[in-house]
Design a binder for this molecule. Structure first.
Ligand code: DX5
Ligand code: ZN
Length: 215
């Protein structure tokens, strides 16, 4: 069994006090910080870019898990790598040539991940597993925090798990969206080893107990 890792998403953090927020979740036992980058084109919402990733990088020691929800991600790989992304994830359908995008991330010494929305098939990335460090199974449609977990997406998580467990055991399988105590346990039963949680952690008074409850 792989170690379970918890990645709080700063989308639900208090941006007036971002430094304090990320340091508090780090002290509370978070394994990574999840940064949701949205462009208002691929998804209807707009969040932040490399400047904020760079600022967060300076506040914590744990790795940054950067989730790009943007069109033409190939244009911005250099900037997000320079900003300090440790794992950079793109949505498969935003890439004209996914294989080239993965190469471009990895040649910069950063781990490469592929995300898929609930309505997108795993076949989009299965041919490139040898270049992938992490698969992100979206359990909500990318765009907003606080949505309800779509349990059907776990069929894909299990499929990916079965595909990688023997041949690519280093690949992490992450879930993102609507994660709480109950859905975390469903996720783990389906092969997920990295859990992103935004509102469930940052919406609580005690981050540590929420992190422990999903671990
Ligand atoms: C949604 C983002 C998520 C979001 C999760 O597009 O990718 O990372 O912050 O938020 P919760 O945990 O509140 O569903
Ligand atoms: Zn995310």
């Amino acid at each position: 069994m792989k170690k379970i890792e918890i990645a709080p998403s700063i989308l639900s953090a208090d941006f007036r006090n971002l430094e304090r927020e990320v340091k508090t979740v780090e002290d509370a036992g978070a394994d990574r910080i999840h940064c949701d980058v949205m462009d208002g084109v691929f998804v209807p919402n707009i969040t932040f870019g490399p400047l904020v990733v760079d600022a967060v990088k300076k506040c914590v020691k744990i790795p940054l898990d950067v989730h790009l929800m943007i069109v033409n991600p190939e244009k911005y790989i250099q900037q997000f790598c320079d900003a300090g992304a440790d794992i950079l994830m793109v949505h498969a359908e935003t890439c004209k040539n996914l294989s080239d995008v993965l190469d471009s991330i990895k040649k910069r010494g950063v781990k490469a991940g592929v995300a898929v929305n609930p309505d997108k098939p795993v076949e989009l990335f299965l041919p490139y597993l040898d270049k992938i460090d992490q698969v992100l199974i979206m359990s909500v449609y990318a765009g907003f925090g606080g949505q309800k977990f779509i349990t059907d997406t776990m069929v894909k998580a299990k499929e990916v798990y079965n595909e990688v467990k023997d041949r690519y055991p280093h690949i992490d399988i992450e879930v993102d969206g609507g994660v709480n105590k109950e859905t975390a346990s469903i996720s783990k039963e389906n092969g997920i080893n990295v859990l992103v949680a935004g509102s469930y952690i940052f919406g609580a008074d005690n981050y540590k107990s929420r992190i422990e409850s999903i671990r």
